[in-house]
Design a protein around this ligand. Sequence first.
Ligand code: HEC
Length: 266
Amino acid sequence: MTLIFALLLSLPLRAAGGPAPAMVFVSGDKEVLRLTAADMAKRPAARTIEVEDSFYKTRKRYKAVPLKDLLTAAYGGSWGENVLGEVFFDALDGYRSHARVSVLMNDGGMIAFADADAPGWQPTAKGIVPGPFYLVWTGPEQSPAKGYPWPWQVTGVKMTVLEDEYPKALPRGAAPDSAAVRGWTVFKRSCISCHSMSGAGGTLGPDLNEPRGITRYQKKSFLKPFIRKASSYRRTKMPDFDDLQPDDIDDLISYFKHMTNLAGTK
Ligand code: HEC
């Protein structure tokens, strides 16, 4: 086992004469960004950090850039709205780990592109070389045991896009500047992690379109105050949304109506 690992780990070293290893960001089937360690070193947010590294079982210093900075460069500033989305990390050895967008939204995630004290990376006690890219977390609580992913030898990053994953929840046919499309934006940010729309989405709350469209049996005069403050109606797992403006809720209701018409549900 150790031998196989050692063989696998020697591959990138042997390739040292070839092109510098890069971290490749993919969206759908498309490559959207490719960065080598030299590219990362040039980013303004690059810095030397110190972390408690549970693989080395000691404090380590790395040259690193914030993961959020890279995800924003690859996927645009609103990637965090992809609340049900997942990010996959592909490693050199073919291992694929993944993390929820909601976890990666936390500060503290850093992509290490060099060991600050050992050029060419220092192997761990188990002989693992974590480069070329290694996700580490600076917060003392942000350990693998607490659910923070620390994938090593990362060469590929892929974000699954909510629109691809939940085509049935899209307000097809609505104009881009319509209330229904604005409502969809609110729905995917605040609601889809718990509610599905026509079967697409989370399952903690009820589907809001099947078998009956929510606006067909609940009046707007109930929905508007309920969505803002469900806790004043019931003891419920649904959180309050005090920050939603009346316009946002009107948009949500337009989205619900649009989806009901699309599905032809009663
Ligand atoms: C953390 C999970 C969660 C989130 C997020 C959430 N809900 Fe809910 N919602 C629930 C649950 C659970 C129910 C069913 C129990 C209840 O009605 O209290 C529910 C019920 C509802 C109902 C049905 C009310 C009825 O009785 O007919 C509506 C409408 C609704 N939610 C809309 C929304 C909207 C719009 C959002 C986003 C702004 C949202 N919810 C976000 C969990 C959630």
